[in-house]
Design a protein around this ligand. Sequence first.
Ligand code: C5P
Length: 300
Amino acid sequence: MTVRVPAKVNLQLSIGPPRHDGYHDLATVFQAVSLYDDVTAAPADGLQVTITGDHATGVPDDDTNLAVRAARLVAERMGRAADVHLTLAKGIPVAGGLAGGSGDGAAALVACDALWGAGLGRSGLLRLATHLGSDVPFALVGGTAIGMGRGERLTPALARGQFRWVLATVADGLSTASVYAECDRLRAHRPVPAPRISDTLMSALRAGDPHALGSALHNDLQAAACRLRPQLSRTLAVGEDCGALGWLVSGSGPTCAFLAGDAEHAEELTAAIEASGTCDRVQRVSGPVPGARVIDGADR
Ligand code: C5P
């Protein structure tokens, strides 16, 4: 049973003050993009994990891995042993602000549900996903969606057409918790308003207008990510100089996302960012794409 799950970029990430539970209230707009992990669940004695693919290095194979925790959650819900061999084929960079780990959690929920015939259904899967992490529910749903609360309270967003993105990734990830903490430090002495979704961004999505969307992109974590990793400001500047319609750090970074007008523009941006030597890898993707779903041999 193999499940393919997409990466995400946050088109908007607005963050409220720290909450008492250590989280922050968000107003975010997620978009799932065509960069994937494949998670395969096969019958086994006990729980085994194999990690393969371009971004296997640094992925834990213990209980801190969200796919492992997802398998245990489904097994616990069914009152059975977590006898499964999970293979994670990583196409999404680790700790990149692209929800790769959260995606693996979502994919493992779907794969174990199908393998064991748990019949959890959409609402059962979403409940377990919320338990696993803030970005896991969106990885199940995909498309373009508004996230409120910790990011787990989702509403689908109307978006017309496909948007072309260029992603600049680096091998060395950033810890989400430390980027949030840095954001709190940077804003410590000023009032932080309750986060709200940008009307301008929503109407750009409805119109399918990449120019309007480009100007509306916003990430409250960007300053913190750039402070922890000054190199990111240089990567963003290259995209700006090369006429990207919009640019931002994705989620807590360090991936930078650039919006292109068309395929040719995406190629130009890719070449310029690669030539700058400010990141490790540049990839062209598009969104929105569907969330975690079972694939068959023909899709691989
Ligand atoms: O939910 P998840 O485990 O992905 O979150 C990782 C960390 O990111 C949290 O421990 C917290 O420090 C930070 N976070 C936050 N507010 C959110 C989501 C995540 O402060 N809404």
